[in-house]
Design a protein around this ligand. Structure first.
Ligand SMILES: *Cc1c(COP(=O)(O)O)cnc(C)c1O
Length: 352
């Protein structure tokens, strides 16, 4: 019994989705579910979002197969080989950034694609200046390919001026396809959060975002964090003043005290600290730092709970003097970094 779980609040997801729709001004909504829905469990999140989205997007075919949906799924990773084209799923849309690859496809079958254009990230994509040529080539030589969308990625939205320029160059080339191609899209979460950026993409008709659905970002405009890791003690015991607690004599009890045992540790990807060089000077700094600034990662309500020693493989020890076995603690870890095997509990209170 680990007594450790990740609570996912579906009402908050609903709230975030409503907010996305409000901010994006009636654009179609593509929910990004890559990375196991940012660590929250792709199957359940997809099921909940099914009637709230126009499209799903995932990283690759393996993720797409985990979703049970009537909606179309855009594969965000561009195709690199013919094998990436699944023949057994009807609802896939492929990202293409290499027209030569289209040659190798089955001419008898129809494929829906979105063309990815590079607007400055140089990660992948067709160069903007080649887009017209590529579209013309596909339209005249590949009758089995449907160009259903064009998109690019806003990769530096902290710099609004840069982003507005990026949008402008994308617009110049894509605007003429507004009526002939179904989906022209740019907005991701960080773009959606910026008013100037939202305004500048008025020529696009779809928002493609992940972060803000799950509330990793955007608190300032009202998005809510939808996940929370929770734990109850699996055991407790008393120790005498002066006893050492945990590995490496890392903690010595300053009084007779009660120790609480929490059933998670490094295995759940909890408690990894940066590798630090140990020397006297550094250790001294650390002592001072910890004295001034105790930054807790386990909480009871708003109060930080002291971890004794370092988290082990599968347990973490805490100062349990003021707590009981019924107390529920919250644990500050990012679902993206936490072990995906941690049990998820999906909560829904509002009935539709
Ligand atoms: C991950 C990803 C997104 C979603 O980004 P968020 O910041 O989570 O909204 C959008 N587009 C592409 C191409 C991505 O890879």
């Amino acid at each position: 019994m680990k007594n450790f779980w990740c609570e996912v609040d579906l009402d908050k997801i609903q709230h975030n989705v409503d907010l996305i729709k409000g901010l994006s001004n009636k654009k179609k909504f593509m929910a990004v579910l890559k990375g196991n829905a940012y660590g929250l469990g792709i199957e359940k999140i997809a099921e909940f979002l099914e009637d709230k989205v126009d499209y799903f997007a995932v990283a690759d075919l393996t993720e797409a197969r985990r979703i049970n949906t009537e909606k179309e799924i855009l594969l965000l990773s561009p195709l690199v080989s013919k094998e990436d084209f699944a023949v057994d799923m009807e609802n896939l849309i492929y990202t293409v950034d290499n027209e030569e690859l289209l040659e190798s496809l089955d001419k008898e079958k129809t494929y829906k694609i979105h063309i990815y254009v590079d607007t400055g990230m140089s990660r992948m994509g067709i160069k903007l200046e080649n887009l017209d040529k590529v579209i013309e080539n596909i339209n005249s030589n590949f009758k089995n390919i449907i160009i259903d969308g064009i998109y690019s990625h806003l990769h530096n939205t902290k710099d609004v001026k840069y982003t507005l320029k990026q949008i402008e160059s994308f617009k110049k080339v894509t605007l003429k396809y507004k009526d002939s191609i179904q989906n022209i899209h740019l907005l991701n979460s960080s773009g959606l959060l910026k008013e100037d950026v939202r305004k500048a993409v008025d020529f696009t008709n779809l928002v493609r975002c992940g972060n803000v659905i799950y509330g990793y970002d955007g608190f300032s405009v009202g998005f809510k964090k939808v996940y929370s890791f929770k734990a109850k003690a699996v055991n407790k015991h008393k120790v005498k003043k002066g006893s050492f607690v945990g590995y490496s004599l890392a903690y010595k009890a300053k009084r007779n005290m009660t120790i609480g045992v929490l059933g998670f540790g490094n295995i759940e990807h909890f408690g990894f600290s940066k590798d630090v060089k140990h020397n006297v000077f550094y250790d001294l700094l650390k002592v001072i730092y910890n004295h001034i600034k105790f930054r807790p990662v386990i909480f009871k309500g708003n109060t930080g709970v002291k971890i004794l020693g370092r988290p082990n493989m599968n347990v973490t020890l805490i100062d349990f003097d003021n707590f009981s076995m019924e107390d529920v603690f919250t644990v500050d870890i990012s679902p993206i970094l936490a072990d995906s095997a941690i049990e998820k509990v999906y909560k829904r209170e509002i009935n539709e």
